[in-house]
Structure formats: structure tokens, C-alpha cells
Write a protein that binds this ligand. Structure first.
Ligand SMILES: [Zn+2]
Length: 101
């Protein structure tokens, strides 16, 4: 249950990053501080995969847009939160494997 709440907040963090909105949480509060700096790079990678930035902001998953920052964020949260959740879980799994080696 706690993990589910954290996952929702991480999805929000990624969507905010992708839409260039200010963050509400520190990444340190959402993932273990030991992986936060590496995970920040993953967040940037995911954010760049979600949004196309030539000609305003467009959704890279379904090509809708152009959006304002707020509109982009709401679109990602409303339409693609499951997609982002899966991306986040994959990234965390990959990072934890890398760290364990
Ligand atoms: Zn979309």
C-alpha cells in the first residue's frame, strides 16, 4: 500500500518533469536517498520520451497537442498514468539490479 502511494507520487514527479512544471516533492522523499541521484537521470530520460518539444509541447505517446505546461501535465496524468507507472517500475527494477552488482 505504501509502495503504491509512492509510485503514484513518482508518476506525478515524472509528469511534472516532462511538462516543465515545478515539483511538489523532493525525489529524496519518494525513493531511497541512495538511488535518488541516479533515478533523477532516469526521470529526465523518461520525461524526454513522453514529450516532444518542437513546436510547443506534444504528447510523444499519442501525438496529441500542442499543450500548455499545465495541459501537458493533466494529459499525461489522465491518459497515460498507467504507461508512466510501467516505465517507472521498469526503471527502478533496472536501477536496483545495477546497484546490486
Ligand atoms: Zn498522449
Amino acid at each position: 500500500m505504501r509502495q503504491e502511494i509512492a509510485l503514484k507520487k513518482i508518476v506525478e514527479y515524472v509528469a511534472r518533469k516532462a511538462s516543465s512544471l515545478a515539483q511538489k516533492y523532493e525525489l529524496d522523499d519518494l525513493v531511497a536517498p541512495s538511488i535518488a541521484p541516479i533515478f533523477e537521470k532516469s526521470v529526465e530520460k523518461m520525461a524526454s520520451m513522453l514529450v516532444k518539444r518542437n513546436n510547443g509541447m506534444r504528447c510523444n505517446l499519442c501525438d496529441k497537442g500542442p499543450f500548455t505546461k499545465r495541459g501537458m501535465y493533466l494529459h499525461l496524468i489522465r491518459v497515460h498514468s498507467k504507461d508512466i507507472e510501467i516505465m517507472v517500475q521498469e526503471e527502478l527494477k533496472r536501477l536496483l539490479e545495477v546497484i546490486r552488482k
